[in-house]
Design a protein around this ligand. Structure first.
Ligand SMILES: O=C(O)C(=O)C[C@]1(C(=O)O)C=C[C@@H](O)C=C1
Length: 359
């Protein structure tokens, strides 16, 4: 065939490919509507793996390499996900890090809903007004976010995904402000804590607020030039404010881990984690016994942390994450023995493992 003929053939093939791709995306969109109506969780990493593996094996028969098929299908699935408009509530004003985490996790077309408190995030998901709630769970510098842990214990929502967000704080002021003129700095206590060195050095008066983007909104409303906020570059852009200093964190390796909460957790994907909370019985070696049962089944722990029960002084609940899904045989077999060591054990959910930056 001549070059012209070959190019004509490519054009014909592209016409068919585009029609098929358009139909494939609109079918995925229809699946998304069914899932949002309650048929299944919207995110399903296990199903994605199946679709990609099937494409790889079909490609082999058709004369394409596995790498080519995987690259194309990963892209298709990403676009299909974006068509399945997911809704997620977060705590804070638009521009909050939790909103950035939701958009990074669910894709830029996700519909986000700002809530005043973490309690309101739980209520939005429980009522079905949104599918997911994105809550911060721990920070690599400041540690766990205790309110999130306490609420997960009180509510029946489940963890269906995790996301690690790199947090880069800026000092943000009104357009007329300069660094020299700043006296007061507003932000969430966690963010103020993460920038302690910079803020102390400049001897600012610190004013805790309920979220980072909310602090930017506040100083915008005040219209003053002697106050600034600690928040993200994205928050500065949303409110049309000026960045007075960038990367002001004590440690540039600043990451926050978020949980995507939903009414059910995620089906097995083949690379999962599970979070549980429990209290051990008051007898010597009970925690040791609990951990021994997991070790015996070769269940790998990724995190353990104790928190006061908030009911009785000096009594603690343990929050534990391990590799694997709650439907894995190894965990199901261990569960009765684990229950034997505990006053209660609550499975917070199983979810696909996120790639942890900064590790
Ligand atoms: O099969 C589904 O559950 C779909 O939503 C469809 C589809 C796909 O396009 O193949 C899209 C997104 C999912 O995460 C997995 C698969």
């Amino acid at each position: 065939m001549s070059l012209d003929d070959l190019r004509k053939r490519v054009d014909e093939l592209d016409e068919n490919i585009i029609k098929l791709l358009a139909e494939r995306l609109s079918t995925a969109e229809a699946i998304g509507r069914e899932k949002a109506a309650g048929a299944a969780p919207t995110l399903d990493a296990g199903r994605e793996r199946q679709v990609i593996d099937r494409a790889i094996s079909l490609a082999a028969d058709a004369g394409m390499t596995a790498a080519e098929a995987a690259e194309i299908y990963e892209r298709i699935i990403k676009l299909a996900r974006e068509r399945q408009s997911v809704s997620a509530a977060f705590q804070g004003e638009p521009g909050a890090y939790s909103e950035a985490a939701a958009l990074a996790f669910f894709g830029p077309r996700a519909v986000t809903r700002s809530c005043e408190s973490l309690e309101a995030v739980f209520a939005e998901v429980e009522s079905g007004r949104v599918q997911y709630g994105m809550i911060p769970i721990e920070n690599s510098i400041e540690g766990s976010i205790s309110r999130s842990y306490d609420l997960m214990l009180e509510h029946s929502l489940m963890v269906s995904g995790e996301h690690h967000l790199r947090v880069n704080h800026c000092l943000i002021g009104n357009p007329g402000a300069t660094l020299d003129g700043i006296r007061r700095v507003y932000s969430h206590p966690q963010a103020l804590g993460q920038c302690g060195h910079f803020l102390r050095q400049l001897k600012f008066e610190l004013q805790p607020t309920y979220d980072t983007a909310g602090a930017v909104k506040l100083i915008k409303e005040q219209g003053v030039c002697d106050a600034a906020a600690v928040a993200s570059e994205r928050a500065a852009a949303i409110y049309g404010m000026k960045i007075l200093a960038r990367d002001i964190m004590d440690n540039p390796q600043n990451f926050t881990r978020f949980f995507a909460l939903a009414r059910c957790d995620a089906p097995p994907s083949g690379n999962d984690k599970t979070s549980v909370v429990f209290a051990v019985k008051h007898r010597p070696g009970a925690l040791y016994e609990f951990l021994r049962i997991l070790a015996e089944r070769k269940i790998n722990l990724t995190k353990i942390e104790s928190r006061p029960t908030r009911k009785k002084a000096w009594e603690y609940n343990f929050y534990l994450d391990f590799d694997g899904h709650r439907e894995d045989e190894s965990f199901k077999a261990a569960l009765p023995a684990l229950e034997d060591q505990t006053l209660f054990i609550k499975i917070l959910g199983s979810y696909p493992r996120a790639r942890a930056e900064g590790k």
